[in-house]
Write a protein that binds this ligand. Structure first.
Ligand SMILES: Cc1cc2nc3c(=O)[nH]c(=O)nc-3n(C[C@H](O)[C@H](O)[C@H](O)COP(=O)(O)OP(=O)(O)OC[C@H]3O[C@@H](n4cnc5c(N)ncnc54)[C@H](O)[C@@H]3O)c2cc1C
Length: 411
């Protein structure tokens, strides 16, 4: 190997984990970890929870202590954006500099989508700087926040803002919150929870545009013409894979970086985390997963498989990446946990474990495909019974057996 260098592009959850795995596996060449943001690697889930609420100082979201980062002996370049990739020659372009490498891990994640003409007063939430900017208006009491979008991000921010005592109006075209992630049945439970906490849900409504006052965004106009104003507007309408820097590389960039089942996009080039799309060997279709646990698991898998490609005699065989998908969300005082494949089920069986307080739902659900449970969801359920449902979808069990397990979740 000429340069004995692996470049990891993107210094966040997937990229840092990949770098750590390279060291753990015994890679003793250089590792360049290239991150566009100026901050040391930090975790994103707290941004819409503890950092936004002010419960955590921003430093608490850092993924590793300085000592642990130093111990990896990285060529760590923060505030540095990769601008291109020469796949055939394994050369990463950093503006004027070209970095010769043996292997590359692409972990550049996604960027928040914005609405046209967002002025001051309109926010997105992807980065630490975004979270601090949104926290500023929420730091004063009695504000009114307009949230556009009922995905996980929009509803988590709505929950934090209500907990802080602010008025919240949430506008989205879907019929229920988190519809795409958890389906209509569980989404209805979440709608009731947010209403119970005082969020004004304007579901089934589309935003036609933003309202401005002297250049400042002060609300939204619905497609029917109604205007909703507030002190701040959060635009939480999804994200787009950060692949602009790979234009012209020849990689498949149709929706993120297209990979094979080993997370390889081209010889010596691997991808991991939110940016990576790959054929999931168990789910039987291509997926791109924008969840925190996947970033860790895929960062490790991509690093191991890259090493196995570079030196199989030393690092062994490559293995397909076949995780049980998982995500969680924290809203008010309940946790949502989802395991496996909740998309396009043939049937959803939802068990309400306790309906005393719609603001603190306790629900468990299974998602059937064919004759087996492929997905499981819990809301407000302790970790142990939630893990029992995970086991059902990790190795899909016949539907009848799975339903019997659902009945055993304690109320
Ligand atoms: C506010 C928020 C809350 C979340 N909460 C949850 C949750 O509760 N549960 C859950 O499961 N998931 C949650 N997620 C999702 C989770 O955080 C992501 O899945 C995870 O961060 C993905 O990690 P990643 O490393 O793939 O990408 P990212 O974290 O997006 O990191 C990519 C990094 O690459 C950098 N980069 C981009 N382009 C370049 C370039 N050209 N050169 C160099 N660097 C570049 C970016 O600046 C960024 O730092 C949340 C996400 C957000 C934003």
């Amino acid at each position: 190997m000429s340069a004995a260098r692996i470049a990891v592009i993107g210094a966040s959850a997937a990229g840092l984990t990949a770098a750590e795995q390279l060291r753990r596996s015994g890679w003793d060449g250089a590792i360049s970890l290239i991150g566009a943001e100026p901050h040391r690697p930090y975790d994103r889930p707290p941004l819409s929870k503890q950092v936004l609420s002010g419960a955590w100082a921003p430093e608490r979201a850092e993924l590793r202590a300085v000592d642990a980062l130093d111990g990896l002996d990285l060529d760590l370049r923060l505030g540095t954006r990769a601008t291109g990739l020469d796949v055939a020659n394994r050369r990463v372009l950093l503006g004027g500099e070209a970095l010769e490498c043996d292997g590359v891990v692409i972990a550049t994640g996604v960027a928040a989508r914005a609405l046209p003409e967002q002025g001051p007063g309109a926010h997105v939430l992807r980065t630490l700087d975004d979270a601090l900017a949104l926290r500023a208006p929420l730091a004063s009491p009695g504000r009114r926040l307009v949230v556009v979008g009922a995905g996980v991000l929009g509803v988590e921010v709505a929950a934090v803002a209500r907990d802080l005592g602010h008025e919240v109006v949430l506008v989205a075209p879907e019929a229920v919150p988190m519809e795409r992630a958890v389906g209509a049945e569980a989404g209805a439970v979440l709608a009731a929870a947010h209403r119970a906490h005082g969020v004004e849900l304007r579901l089934g409504e589309s935003v036609a545009g933003l309202l401005h006052d002297g250049g400042r965004t002060r609300g939204v106009r619905l497609s029917g013409g109604e205007e909703i104003t507030g002190d701040a507007v959060l635009v939480a309408i999804g994200s787009a894979p950060a692949v602009g820097w790979l234009a012209g590389s020849g990689l498949d960039l149709a929706d993120g970086v297209g990979c094979d089942e080993f997370c390889s996009a081209a010889p010596g080039v691997y991808a991991a985390g939110d940016v990576a799309r790959w054929p999931h060997p168990v789910l039987g279709r291509e997926v791109r997963v924008e969840h925190r646990m996947n970033a860790t698991e895929q960062g490790m898998a991509a690093a191991r498989n890259l090493l196995a490609e570079l030196a199989p005699e030393r690092f062994g065989e490559r293995t397909p990446f076949a995780p049980v998908p998982y995500f969680w969300s924290d809203q008010y005082r309940f946790k949502i946990q989802a395991f496996g494949d909740l998309g396009e089920p043939d049937e959803v069986r939802l068990r309400v474990l306790d309906d005393a307080d719609p603001g603190s739902p306790k629900v468990a659900a299974l998602y059937r495909r064919g004759n087996s449970a492929r997905g499981a969801l819990t809301i407000g359920v302790p970790p142990k019974p939630a893990r029992a449902l995970r086991a059902l979808v990790a190795e899909p069990r016949p539907w009848d057996e799975a339903l019997a397990e659902l009945d055993r979740v304690p109320g």
